[in-house]
Write a protein that binds this ligand. Structure first.
Ligand code: AHG
Ligand code: MN
Ligand code: MN
Length: 339
């Protein structure tokens, strides 16, 4: 099959978007290019993970109290490296780092953006060849340019995101990013090593027939969540049920599939983890921003994810995200957590 060489690359696309704003400096385009570069490097390592000694654990425990996989560390270092050496980012916070890092050089300090990421999402899937991803989110800093970034720059509600995106290292590698202007997906063409526009103007279908949740925790969920799941399993002429259940265990891949096909993803509060598992800043906010720009919805069961005011870098939140029709149905079910 012929590959279409006329499609826009990620760089060409972001520069074209930039030109739509007369006052744009190109900093955001530069930041996205840097993230794209890190993603390509991570992709290469993920693809040969079985061949070299980067599978398995480093033996360390991360700030979330979980074992750190070697690839998590590698991905974290790549992202931090490109952003630190680039000219478009004043500092970062990452799922893998205890504290935020302010880049202490003149060029970085003059940047207006800060960036947060989950370097590798779904890392328990690395050893078994299942899709994993990277999630990132970009904010305008609150502190003035020319100074060191501070923790307050990172504790902004998700509504203030300038851009957010993810990369999936799957059967092909795709980078999807959103600004308020829209959501676009770029598939990596390995023959030229470039992300090429493959999914322009992505929209989340209003409804779908896929629900994604860890069923093993059923007895641990609040009544409303249990009711919704049971409803998904019922035959129903009006909504086309029973629905299909799909759960990869890499949120980024589960949400991407639902964004393309229509569906709902849930990581609710459980009796043991009343705040859920996913991190508000590195996982929930970026995915909520992307899905909302695409026309979908994201809540914690009480409140819109993007309106939550974070109190700390690593805070967790329950997450319900997906097609608006399915989210509205979920909200009719009553209590979705244990408050
Ligand atoms: P991470 O690898 O960054 O720690 O994230 C894993 C997350 C998320 O991607 C996934 O949906 C969820 O953990 C799976 O958790 P359960 O095994 O508890 O279902
Ligand atoms: Mn994750
Ligand atoms: Mn992770």
């Amino acid at each position: 099959m012929m590959v279409n060489r006329n499609v826009l690359t990620l760089d060409e696309f972001t520069l074209r978007e930039m030109k739509a704003f007369p006052r744009a400096t190109g900093e955001l385009a530069g930041l996205l290019r840097d993230i794209g570069l890190a993603a390509k490097r991570i992709n290469v390592e993920v693809n040969k993970a079985g061949l070299v000694d980067i599978l398995g654990n480093t033996g360390d425990i991360n700030v979330q109290g979980e074992e750190v996989k070697k690839m998590d560390q590698y991905a974290n270092d790549q992202l931090m490296g490109v952003l630190q050496h680039g000219i478009s980012c004043a500092g970062i916070a990452s799922e893998e780092l205890d504290e935020m890092v302010a880049f202490d050089n003149r060029v970085s300090m003059n940047s207006k953006y800060i960036c947060m990421f989950d370097p590798l999402d779904g890392s328990s899937n690395i050893d078994v060849n299942v899709s994993i991803g990277t999630i990132f989110s970009v904010y305008r800093r609150l502190t003035p340019a020319g100074t060191l970034a501070l923790t307050a720059d990172f504790l902004q509600p998700g509504l203030r995101q300038v851009a957010a995106g993810y990369v999936i290292y799957g059967s092909s590698t795709i980078l999807v990013y959103a600004t308020k202007r829209g959501v676009n997906g770029f598939t990596l063409d390995p023959s030229i090593g470039e992300f090429c526009l493959s999914h322009p103007g992505m929209r989340c279908p209003e409804t779908g027939t896929i629900y994604s949740i860890n069923h093993g925790n059923f007895s641990q969920y609040a009544e409303g969540v249990q009711k919704y799941i049971t409803g998904c399993q019922q035959k129903d002429e009006t909504n086309g049920g029973p629905y299909t259940q799909r759960y990869i265990g890499s949120m980024v891949a589960d949400v991407h599939r639902n964004l393309v096909k229509g569906g709902i993803f849930m990581y609710p509060a459980t009796l043991q983890k009343p705040k859920g598992k996913l991190r508000l800043l590195y996982e929930c906010n970026p995915m909520a921003f992307i899905v909302e720009v695409a026309g979908g919805m994201a809540t914690d069961g009480h409140q819109r994810i993007l309106e939550k005011v974070p109190a700390s870098l690593h805070e967790r939140s329950p997450l319900f995200i997906g097609s608006s029709g399915m989210m509205e149905e979920l909200e009719k079910q009553g209590r979705l957590d244990f408050r």
